[in-house]
Design a protein around this ligand. Sequence first.
Ligand SMILES: Nc1nc2c(ncn2[C@@H]2O[C@H](COP(=O)(O)OP(=O)(O)OP(=O)(O)O)[C@@H](O)[C@H]2O)c(=O)[nH]1
Ligand SMILES: [Zn+2]
Length: 345
Amino acid sequence: MRARDWDESDVRVRPGRRGSRPRTKQRPSHADAVAGLVTAVTRGRYDVLVGDRAVTAVAARELGRGGVVVGDEVAVVGDLTGRDGSLARIVRVQERRTLLRRSSEDVGGIERALVANADQLVVVTALADPEPRTRMVDRCLVAAFEAGMDALLCLTKADLADPAPFLEHYTPLDVPAVVTHRDAVDRSVILGAPEVAERLRGRTSVLVGHSGVGKSTLVNALVPTASRAVGHVNAVTGRGRHTSTTAVALALPDGGWVIDTPGVRSFGLGHVDDDDVVAAFADLAEVVTACPPRCTHLERAPGCALDAWLARPGSDAREAARVESLRRVLASRRPDPDAYPTSTP
Ligand SMILES: Nc1nc2c(ncn2[C@@H]2O[C@H](COP(=O)(O)OP(=O)(O)OP(=O)(O)O)[C@@H](O)[C@H]2O)c(=O)[nH]1
Ligand SMILES: [Zn+2]
């Protein structure tokens, strides 16, 4: 993620894996605009890194609500001094290489862009306290796939539980995993953090995870200057402290960025189509190529190849769990989920 120069061919597009359509609408040209990188968004104000200067900016009205997100490479005009009370204006958004989105619901709902131009989604899951949930991980993997990002599993609190059983769910997938745990003697030391740092080096990575999984602890280990609040849950709202900030990019000491998403607790998948859901389950995508046309792949779908696959000799419980997981994600996106019985997690 690097600010770069602008030229006349800069257009905004809404990336999609299946071809993107440039928006050709003419925008006022700002010859004096300079390139910057959006590192945080809080209530309509943007932190933009211009060179090595942190500038506060608003977005030009024609960019629309939510038209600028963390990770966006933008062009800014106005007061770029970065002094207290100074305000710059974002006038253009560079074409996005990836775009992580989420929907408020699984069916319809409001779709929101979350982070632009990130390379990988780091799904942070505790092995215990709170219990790991494949459901949450599976949904994140779908979101990452749709966004055009790689995924990395980060399993925390291995001092409390053995990672092997959970990892087994994901062995048929090509998703790398790293395991961390707190040192028994020096509790400030997070073992495994150097391996995570190695995976993040030089890349832009978005961290997502439920409250309490140790995400802030990990960010602090990766970015010593970050000082993310650990274990601070607001007694009134029950939520963390940074609820108004949806994402913030922190520079990694060895290059690259880690983007924390304190306000993000779930991934509604209303914006993802069924084909992308299936494709995100790479181990099952091949199986369903044998399905009848327009198969829903849901439970009791006539002739669904997933059933034949599970019924074959040698099929195991892990495969059954994977199929159930895929079906759960697919079913949750139906207009009437009750019409498609699925077991709850
Ligand atoms: N046993 C154990 N506890 C850990 C580990 N990492 C973090 N914790 C603890 O887990 C609790 C939650 O950690 P946080 O880093 O605040 O978790 P978070 O995911 O950022 O949670 P929010 O701040 O609510 O978003 C804290 O009490 C940490 O000290 C670990 O590896 N092992
Ligand atoms: Zn099917």
